[in-house]
Design a protein. Structure first.
Length: 235
């Protein structure tokens, strides 16, 4: 197939138009933010807010489609329309956050949470969408766990909206409890699909990261509590 034929096939794919619309919408939102603020940290977190908010809303919509039943079965190991949109959305955001960050907020691109995270999830989303209709539904259900990220992003943009309490509660419920349940479902699945090995690896890795982050959060809150008590005793 020639290059021109490949481009024509790409242009005739209706899903590509959806990707263009998503990209255009995110860029329009970002440049609107740039018009409203010159604060580079707010610009950086605005992309995180868009990413987390979009993924969470898509995950809630899918959860209603599933009747909030996340017990592993064959229909979790497929791609629905909703889950495909969410996966493509996250893939686009991973790319745009790096590209926009290089120009507008390079000092806020962290080696682990930006470069490594976005590259790894870009590859994962490509696998989910483009290679054998991967486990998009499973991935999208995990996007319910983006709620604490959305709360964190709002608090980083507007200090008045910061809530360590709600961030901690939602993180524990979604990224510890829900993720533990989904990880158990994945590892105890009777499926002989070889793709499950990638799913299990991803769940095991992210479960370890979530546990580490929550441990750090708890230690931070204990330290802040002790500092407040020390100030109160001295006043």
């Amino acid at each position: 197939m020639s290059t021109l034929e490949s481009l024509a096939r790409w242009a005739n794919d209706s899903e590509r138009y959806q990707e263009v619309y998503m990209t255009g919408g995110i860029l329009a939102f970002f440049f609107l933010v740039c018009m409203l603020t010159s604060d580079r940290k707010q610009r950086a977190w605005s992309i995180t807010a868009v990413s987390a908010g979009g993924c969470f809303m898509g995950a809630v919509f899918l959860a209603f489609e599933l009747g909030w039943d996340f017990h592993f079965r064959e229909k979790l190991a497929e791609c629905s329309g909703t889950s495909r949109y969410v996966t493509v959305w996250f893939r686009i955001v991973c790319v745009l956050d790096i590209l926009l960050g290089l120009v507008f907020y390079s000092e806020h691109l962290h080696p682990l949470t930006s470069w490594f995270h976005h590259f790894a999830y870009f590859l994962l989303c490509n696998w989910l969408v483009d290679i054998g209709e991967g486990y998009c539904v499973f991935f999208t259900i995990c996007c319910l766990e983006e709620l604490p990220t959305f709360i964190l992003a709002l608090g980083s943009i507007w200090k008045s909206l910061r809530s360590d309490f709600w961030f901690g509660i939602t993180f524990f419920i979604l990224r510890i409890c829900l993720h533990t349940y989904l990880t158990f479902q994945a590892f105890t699945s009777a499926s002989d699909d070889p793709r499950m090995n990638i799913v299990k690896f991803n769940f095991g890795l992210t479960m370890s990261l979530h546990a580490h982050w929550f441990y750090s959060y708890v230690n931070q809150q204990i330290r802040l509590y002790k500092e407040r008590k020390d100030k109160e005793s001295k006043s």
